[in-house]
Write a protein that binds this ligand. Structure first.
Ligand SMILES: Cc1cc2nc3c(=O)[nH]c(=O)nc-3n(C[C@H](O)[C@H](O)[C@H](O)COP(=O)(O)O)c2cc1C
Length: 219
């Protein structure tokens, strides 16, 4: 089991160019999305939205603002544009969180108030997330990266390549998702993209620091 997992971690690399002729079967892509959906998030509030961009013209729009995705965006079988929710959704007193606690988490009324209070303290005092729009957006983005990692690992486990991408101009990207994807950028921002598909070139040799370099033990 451990060997299989490490094998998948070694198989995964930031694939720069995919075989444009090879498409990921629907069932496999559904499996990848499912591992994103099941990912953990702070307080369980799922501050993400996954856009699957298969339309050629829309991909071209993404490519024009993405210096880090020139080879990946046109050749990938699937492109996932991962949005993070802004304060409109994620501030402790939002309607979204109220609905979420009641309808998704199915919490009783008394518990909803308690959780909101704890979340207010977390946002205001513990993590100081309400200082500006950026602090809360970045906190939401951090969590989308957990889903990203899980989806890329899950893909690698079934022999599918991927590339995470934040090589884009964020302002221009927001303009594109507003004008071409019909997304309200007061409510959502772009966290990152992930390309999925099948490699066309050999993967480069993996370089990493040693485990000792990056680990300190306190026994
Ligand atoms: C958050 C994040 C953003 C990244 N953005 C890009 C990108 O825009 N374009 C790209 O080619 N690679 C991108 N990468 C890939 C990294 O450069 C790559 O993961 C790293 O160099 C390690 O190589 P490996 O993934 O092949 O092991 C990104 C990786 C992460 C985690």
């Amino acid at each position: 089991m451990q060997e299989k997992i490490i094998e998948a971690f070694n198989f995964r690399h930031a694939c720069k160019q995919f075989d444009p002729e090879k498409k990921i079967p629907e069932k496999d892509f559904g499996f990848i999305l499912e591992t994103g959906r099941l990912s953990p998030s702070s307080f369980g509030y799922e501050p993400w939205k996954f856009l699957v961009v298969q339309n050629k013209e829309l991909r071209e729009k993404l490519k024009t603002v993405s210096w880090g995705g020139q080879g990946q965006i046109p050749t990938a079988s699937h492109i996932l544009l991962v949005l993070a929710r802004k304060s409109y959704f994620m501030k402790y007193d939002s309607q979204y969180l109220d609905d979420f606690m009641r309808n998704v988490e199915k919490l009783p009324d008394a518990y909803v108030e308690g959780k909101r209070k704890a979340f207010k303290k977390f946002q205001e005092n513990d993590f100081k997330l309400l200082e500006n729009e950026r602090t809360i957006f970045d906190w939401a983005c951090k969590q989308t990266y957990i889903a990203m990692a899980n989806m890329m690992t899950a893909a690698a486990m079934i022999g599918i390549d991927s590339c995470p991408m934040e090589g884009f101009d964020a302002d221009k990207m927001e303009a594109v998702i507003s004008s071409d994807f019909g997304i309200d950028t007061e409510k959502f921002g772009v966290s990152h993209m992930i390309a999925f598909g099948y490699r066309i070139n050999e993967q480069p040799v993996k370089t990493r620091q040693t485990r000792d370099d990056i680990t300190k033990w306190y026994n």
